[in-house]
Design a protein around this ligand. Sequence first.
Ligand code: GDP
Ligand code: IMO
Ligand code: MG
Length: 430
Amino acid sequence: MPATVLVGAQWGDEGKGRVADWLAAESNVVARFAGGDNAGHTVVVGDKIFKLHLIPSGILHPQVTCVLGNGMVINVINLMKEIDQIEGMGVSVTPERLIVSSRAHLITPAHIALDAAAEKARGSGAIGTTLRGIGPAYMDKTGRRGIRAGQIADMEAFGDALFEMMERANVQLVAQGQPPLDPKAATAEYLAAAVRLQPYIRDTSAYLNERLKAGGRVLCEGAQGTLLDIDHGDYPYVTSSSPTAGGALIGLGFGPRHVDRVVGVAKAFSTRVGAGPMPTELQGALGDRLRGTGENFWDEFGTTTGRPRRCGWLDAVVLRYAAQVSGFTDLVVTKLDVLSGFDELKIAVGYEVNGKHVTTLPTTLRELEQAQPVYEIMTGWKEDITAVRQPGDLPTAALDYVRRVSELCEVPLRSVSVGPERDQLVHFGN
Ligand code: GDP
Ligand code: IMO
Ligand code: MG
């Protein structure tokens, strides 16, 4: 039985968590394959709002086993806090329900301190990271000096490795004029969390291959988004992992023949949190209107950091690019309800770059920064669409809008969401 990969088509926060929650209902396993607790996936179940950072959205379905894959970077202290929080909300997160790859790298206090120091050193060129230690943890991984979850099995050697890592970080921190860590205290705190993690750790690649062989359905829950990919995003304003479809195979350890579906999730408009180019960004009243005031939990303020998100019109150049990089077979458009009430809506269908019209994403940062969107104007609709469940009940203008988006990125439209709750989905068939 096959695997489905779910990927964010923009700059993250597309509503992947709620789409994963829907697809998890028909899955046996839900696996995260990249990133760490820089992610913030919101899932609404009845009167409960879950904000998941490390634990896959599948945890909210009792039949699902969740996996944290080898491609992730895991802060053990924060994972234990999240497990406690989710259990406190009535959801079981035992080692029978959540398994963690012994090959996943660990984020330690050293990485968090180094992330903050690096951002400070970048000054006005700061990336606007989530300060969760993501970049430095992946740097230690590729630098071949990282610590993997499997090392917890030998607690003494693990403690020594942690201590050494903090001492190494201190040399760098002091050189950058930053306060050093207390390696002894930080190691002790981390070890206490690591003891709790131990029963969750196993060979997740072997587990996933066994489940796939036995006919299990696996959903690979992407984090971040295509434009934040270390290779395919607008470098250097990216994260340090591969959140696109290829990252699922590397980050979980099974072969491409298992994947038969790649679901691209796109918000009905654009948002970005952190620095970097965003050709369709709207300053002023229109941007504020898309963002919302913060009064509703779905308004555009970061799930992980609380920062206001930059907002703008939908960018079909970005979506087409995302579809190309990951090979989307299905498109899901979220937050269509937020566009109700506009007289007209714009979709960027190309850019002017240095006097030239282009329809593909420029490859250099300089060109992307200079890109002026070329818009197609669509008619808006006034109706509240939050109660719509059938495509035929959407206002014609709303239907035209989502159909045009699907046409522009050449991916069949599978579903549209019209509110954050589980049942606020409109399905367009297979
Ligand atoms: P993710 O990181 O891709 O999982 O997305 P986030 O959870 O960070 O941000 C998406 C926000 O939009 C969350 O607050 C969701 O509850 C909310 N949301 C998702 N789909 C819809 C929708 O169709 N309509 C509205 N109004 N909110 C939605
Ligand atoms: P989800 O899974 C939105 C952004 C940060 C910053 C850049 C690098 O909720 O969609 P990092 O801490 O990863 O080194 O930051 O990436 N970023 C996200 N933006 N949603 C996310 O995750 C993000 N994860 C990282 O804001 O611009
Ligand atoms: Mg998010």
